[in-house]
Design a protein around this ligand. Structure first.
Ligand SMILES: [Fe+2]
Ligand SMILES: [Fe+2]
Ligand SMILES: [Fe+2]
Ligand SMILES: [Fe+2]
Length: 397
């Protein structure tokens, strides 16, 4: 069945406002829930957060009060959606447990997008990035066992493997080398635009999360590890946001944002196993259809163009949370030693990379290595969850 959001009728905007009672959602049970339900919640929170911030940036660049009022109306609904979605997360989970789930989202969302991405340059960008979040998952899982005395397998539940990726200390590149070439908005497959927006939003919320939660720790190693990985998420946001063609008009970008929200709520509604959460995805889809209609009107009015010119004729295959173990192992075998130079990729460390490394590390082990050394000292081993056999390339396996 093909689903065309441009042909569907949603809930009128003046009927989208929810009361406190309606916003008071019941959180999922972290022990009973499907880990991918939690992943979908985190991914949608990132999408709604991006919708809110993009809406604010647009409003700050808009000098028509009536248009600003229209944007404010929709944005208030996005803000309510964000509350309903993120408040599905249970208060009993620790920050570190949520962190591990964030990295699981980064791994399985980016890996799926990389598998489906039709453009080879964009695909390479996702393949490059996913091996880094894969290693973050491993480092945080070791911190988790060290300070909470629990194992990350209770969170990722065998769906995502936990083992070394591209080593975290090597993620610190000169910022110049984090900027990629954008796709061409006039020729790119519309699916590629949705992929870029989705991964950018996911990485941005991870960056925000580490910025704000990192200093809530007492343990020095935890505080330091969040600083280090928080800075890598800044690099990841730079990497992914630069894939989007900056020549898209504000109104075209707004349409793309709303269309992507329709695509993701539709995708997650199709997959969701938890009926209460599924009802929220369905409700939000019906809200987004109306946001999209409003955005399309704004685009027609301000750009004098039809939204159909920039959008896919129907929704592509649903975006799916599923294990990507074999694909990730293949990437480990072939792309572990890549870094970037300018807007491309190389296998050797280069001068600008080495200078950045020397300045940051000052010849000492960074927090991501010290967490492993401390873990080794406590347990006589590292923590990993290799469900498909030994690590394909790790020399220390
Ligand atoms: Fe939304
Ligand atoms: Fe990460
Ligand atoms: Fe990341
Ligand atoms: Fe929206």
């Amino acid at each position: 069945m093909t689903f065309n959001p441009l042909e569907q009728r949603g809930i009128p905007l003046d009927r989208q406002l929810r009361s406190w009672r309606e916003l008071n959602v019941e959180p999922i049970d972290p022990d009973a829930a499907d880990p991918y339900t939690r992943c979908r919640i985190i991914a949608m929170n990132g999408i709604e957060t991006e919708a809110i911030f993009f809406g604010h940036h647009l409003a700050r660049n808009c000098d028509d009060v009536q248009v600003k009022q229209q944007l404010a109306r929709t944005r208030y609904i996005e803000a309510q959606q964000q509350k309903a979605v993120n408040w599905l997360l249970p208060g009993v989970s620790s920050v570190l447990e949520t962190t591990i789930a964030y990295e699981q989202v980064a791994v399985d969302l980016t890996a799926w997008v990389a598998r489906m991405e039709p453009d080879p340059y964009l695909k390479q960008a996702y393949e490059f990035g996913v091996l880094e979040d894969f290693d973050h998952l491993y480092r945080y899982a070791n911190l988790y066992e060290m300070i909470e005395h629990r194992k990350a397998e209770s969170i990722v539940d065998g769906l995502t493997e936990v083992m070394p990726g591209r080593p975290t200390p090597l993620h610190h590149r000169n910022p110049v080398d984090n900027v990629r070439e954008p796709y061409d908005r006039t020729s790119v497959n519309p699916l590629s635009k949705l992929h870029a927006l989705t991964i950018m939003a996911a990485e941005q919320q991870t960056m925000n999360f580490y910025m704000n939660t990192g200093p809530t720790y007492m343990e020095p190693i935890a505080r330091q590890l969040y600083q280090e990985i928080g800075l890598i998420e800044e690099e990841h946001v730079t990497h992914y946001e630069s894939l989007v063609d900056p020549g898209e008009t504000w109104w075209e970008q707004l349409v793309n944002h709303e269309y992507n929200e329709c695509y993701l709520y539709y995708s997650f509604m199709e997959q969701e196993s938890d009926p209460k959460v599924k009802a929220i995805w369905e409700l939000h889809l019906n809200m987004e259809l109306e946001h999209l209609r409003v955005a399309c009107d704004l685009m027609r009015r301000h750009d004098g163009r039809e939204p159909e010119e920039v959008l896919a004729p129907a929704l592509p295959n649903v975006l799916t949370f599923e294990p990507n173990k074999a694909y990730l192992r293949e990437l480990l075998e072939t792309q572990m030693d890549l870094t970037t130079l300018g807007t491309g990729y190389v296998r050797e460390a280069h001068e600008r990379f080495e200078q950045m490394q020397e300045r940051l590390h000052e010849g000492e082990a960074p927090p991501s290595d010290r967490v492993m050394a401390q873990h080794q000292e406590m347990f006589g081993r590292d923590y990993r969850e290799e469900t498909e056999g030994p690590h394909p390339v790790d020399p220390q396996r």
